[in-house]
Design a protein around this ligand. Structure first.
Ligand SMILES: [Zn+2]
Length: 75
């Protein structure tokens, strides 16, 4: 016989332990580009956008970190 618990865990103690077990919904924010719901600090699942919206120079520049990251993840 292996190791056994020394005492029965009371209902109150068991329930207090399980009070922490439920999963809650992750925090959600809006994509600044397409407006859909996304998780903060994650790239948008719909348009792949990450970071804040910049001016029209964003598409022409193509050398910012968020743009290169988008290309990698856009497969
Ligand atoms: Zn988006």
């Amino acid at each position: 016989m292996g190791a056994q618990p020394k005492r029965k865990i009371s209902k109150g103690r068991r329930n207090r332990r399980r009070a922490q077990d439920a999963l809650d919904t992750p925090p959600m924010s809006k994509c600044p580009k397409c407006g859909k719901v996304k998780r903060p600090h994650f790239e948008c699942a719909f348009c792949g956008h990450y970071g804040e919206v910049k001016n029209s120079a964003k598409a022409a520049a193509g050398k910012s970190d968020s743009d290169s990251q988008k290309k990698i993840n856009a497969k």
